[in-house]
Design a protein around this ligand. Structure first.
Ligand code: BGC
Length: 713
């Protein structure tokens, strides 16, 4: 008998359910309900997993209770939201998506895993893979943006990074990809609301990143809080058992979201906790995070015949198998073993990585000629706005073990980069209130400045979980401050720290340059300074379409065509009376101090069969005096199909570094199978016909080069 069989045979029902029970400790609060005193539960075998605890000493102490003081000595599974770094906080995921660089995505996950594992953590509730097309939804900041192809690349890179080559290694974390379903599609961007979407869109847009995580070996998956068309994901047997376990062959652990099993009662699909527990277990959910629903409900569900012991055993087996894969039975203390300060030299490497990724995450949204980089002649700079000297805010949501005192504010970054320059700083207003009494003094500070930097945006707490916003403007009195400063008529660069695109057409029209600086993490200030001074030529590209106005949400480039395509000046065409249908900035937009021109798009051969590939290439010319990096997007459009196919579908991205004046070619080898889609029967189909190949620097259709490939029958 193997270890798992032996343990299972020895366990009481209470101990089995204990293995399925994850409870929050007092380390951090990430949901409703008070953290519990967990010691007694661990000793009694009623708690098999904990979340929100880290630190070598703290984690060893609870692990000791489990392995030395519980009857069967089964080690605990310790999970934490290590979302964009652990102690070294990297840019928020949406910001990191702007790099379009799988190697970098993997590196930051690896670094986070190393740090978190040193702190005794064995599982991260990441990567967050919810495609999001509605910037009202606060959790858009935690994820990959709007595109399923990008999200799938991120899924694979992050899973590899967190888990490393060997899950049992002392520096590996189990990745719990979340939140399976269509959490990003909640109605009107309202947190925890229902999502109602077609099966086709679910399979085409929202599920591919999870398939990619499974293919990359993700150890766990977390279903989302919300329901899809009336079926809460936590109870969605056809999605979890059918699609995930049977179709994809996922045999890892399904872990509920925080209290989500008990909330099946509030969803109105379970009459009591026994029914809730039975629904979730029946759907294949193994671990109950903070719901206490399995502990309270499963014994009664067994009595009523709603679940069988075999179902409970199957879940316990999967949990024990994960603990085994993590090496916890062999050495429960291998993570957290090194103690504080053990990471030494690696700390500075991680800071360097954080700086590099942060500056590459910055998106130069607008830039009038000569506005940036800052002229070396500038002697006096005014730094104005509530985010100028706000180190904590730079970390963003889910900052895990990050520390405000270790974060570099924009002010500190610019001061370090411009020692010769006098920098005057004033908040002017705060983010939360509409109080504008500080505006006049801030404007005074700007009068003698050579240039002004406006540091505007959202507080970190305004995006992330439970942070939906109905308005995409600047909170508090910031607009009043910005307009008063702009009225001075001096050169103004605006930095937007935010977890989502903000609809600020007036700012884009008036400021000389605007940069999306998101939540860039511990190295935020240095990264901003690198870009503003020209030490780093910006390369970040938008992973989301940026609306002009909240009324355009949800907004994304991959629209289906309509019978009456958008046409300026045409009344009976798809659009709005009061606004253009086009966004403020297209998906993929992002300027640099270089200028790139594309030509000579080639698609060879022009006619292909299933099983073959097309070589697509384009010539790129750096038509400027600055060395830089271009990012090229490859889109396709299936011109005539059995279903209306999106106008653009992303199939590949290339980044190419070019010296001033240099030329290069970007090439893709596109397998014909990449042209398949979810057909009328919800199964993938490859339909012969003509496909447009479109290549450019963003999803702006007016700027894309076009070629054609024909797929022979
Ligand atoms: C969030 C999850 C998170 C969990 C644990 C929940 O409220 O939705 O993303 O992993 O809390 O902190």
């Amino acid at each position: 008998m193997g270890r798992i069989d032996r343990l299972l045979a020895a366990m009481t029902l209470e101990e089995k359910i204990g293995q399925l029970n994850m409870v929050a400790s007092s380390g951090a609060v990430t949901g409703p309900g008070a953290p519990r005193d967990v010691a007694e539960g661990i000793r009694a075998g009623r708690i098999g997993a904990l979340l929100n605890l880290w630190g070598a000493g703290e984690t060893r102490a609870v692990q000791r209770l489990a392995v030395q003081e519980s009857r069967l000595g089964v080690p605990l599974l310790l999970g934490l939201d290590v979302i964009h770094g652990h102690r070294t906080i990297f840019p928020a995921p949406l910001a990191e998506a702007c790099l379009f660089d799988p190697a970098a995505w993997e590196k930051t996950a690896r670094a986070a895993a190393e740090e978190a594992a040193l702190d005794g953590v064995a599982m991260t509730f990441a990567p967050m893979l919810d495609v999001a097309r509605d910037p009202r939804w606060g959790r858009i900041v935690e994820g990959p943006g709007e595109d399923p192809w990008v999200a799938s690349q991120i899924a694979a890179a992050k899973t590899r990074g967190f888990q490393g080559d060997d899950l049992s290694a002392a520096d590996s974390l189990a990745a719990a990809a979340k939140h399976l379903g269509a959490y990003g599609a909640v109605t009107a961007g309202r947190e925890y609301a229902s999502a109602d979407l077609s099966e086709r869109t679910l399979h085409e847009v929202y599920l591919p990143p999870f398939a990619a995580a499974v293919a990359a070996g993700a150890a766990a998956i977390m279903p989302a809080f919300n329901d899809i068309a009336g079926v809460p994901t936590t109870a969605n047997a056809s999605l979890l058992q059918g699609w995930l376990r049977r179709r994809l062959g996922f045999d890892g652990v399904l872990i509920s979201d925080y209290n989500a099993i008990a909330e099946l009662i509030d969803h109105g699909v379970a009459g009591d906790v026994a029914e809730a527990a039975a629904l979730a277990l029946g759907a294949g959910v193994d671990i109950d995070m903070m719901g206490d629903a399995y502990a309270r409900g499963l014994p009664e569900a067994l009595r009523r015949g709603l679940v069988g012991m075999a179902d409970i055993d199957a879940s316990v087996r999967r949990v024990l198998a994960l603990k085994e894969r993590l090496g916890l039975f062999d050495d429960p203390f291998r993570r957290g073993a090194a103690g504080a300060g053990a990471s030494g030299r690696r700390d500075s490497e991680r800071r360097e990585l954080a700086r590099d990724v942060a500056r590459r995450a910055i998106v130069l949204l607008t830039c009038a000629r000569g506005a940036l980089p800052l002229s070396p002649k500038i002697r006096r700079l005014a730094l104005v706005g509530p985010l100028a000297a706000a180190p904590r805010e730079m970390l963003g949501a889910w900052a895990a073990a990050g520390r405000a005192e270790e974060a570099v504010s924009i002010r500190q970054g610019l001061e370090a980069a411009l020692p010769e320059c006098r920098i005057d700083c004033a908040a002017g207003v705060d983010i939360g209130s509409g109080d504008t009494r500080g505006v006049a003094a801030a404007v005074d500070l700007c009068r003698d400045a050579d240039a002004i930097v406006l540091c505007l945006g959202e507080a970190a707490s305004m995006s992330g979980e439970a942070a939906s916003r109905a308005d995409l403007g600047l909170p508090g009195g910031q607009r009043a401050l910005a307009e008063a400063v702009l009225d001075l008529g001096k050169p103004v660069v605006a930095l937007l720290s935010s977890g989502r695109p903000l609809a600020l057409p007036w700012l884009f029209a008036r400021a000389d340059a605007v940069l999306a600086t998101w939540f860039l993490g511990v190295e935020a200030g240095h990264a901003v300074a690198d870009v503003m001074t020209g030490k780093f030529n910006p390369t970040g590209k938008l992973p989301v379409t940026w609306p002009r106005c909240v009324g355009q949400a949800p907004i994304f480039y991959g629209q289906r065509p309509t019978g009456r395509p958008t046409k300026a000046g045409e009344r009976y065409a798809s659009g709005y009376l009061d606004l253009p249908a086009t966004p403020q900035f297209f998906f993929g937009h992002g300027l640099s101090y270089s200028r790139f021109a594309l030509d000579e798009l080639r698609c060879v051969p022009g006619r292909v069969k299933a099983g073959e590939s097309v070589e697509i290439s384009v010539s790129v010319h750096n038509d400027s005096l600055a060395a830089g990096e271009a990012t090229l997007f490859l889109f396709v459009r299936d011109l005539v199909a059995s279903l209306a196919r999106p106008i653009l579908e992303l199939k590949g991205v290339r980044r190419i570094a070019l010296a001033a004046g240099a030329r290069g070619r970007a090439t893709w080898l596109l397998p014909v199978e990449a042209l398949a889609f979810i057909g009328p029967n919800l199964e993938p189909v490859l339909e012969p016909g003509r496909f447009e190949i479109r290549v450019g620097q963003s999803a702006d259709p007016a700027e894309l080069l076009t070629g054609v490939v024909e797929l022979a029958p």
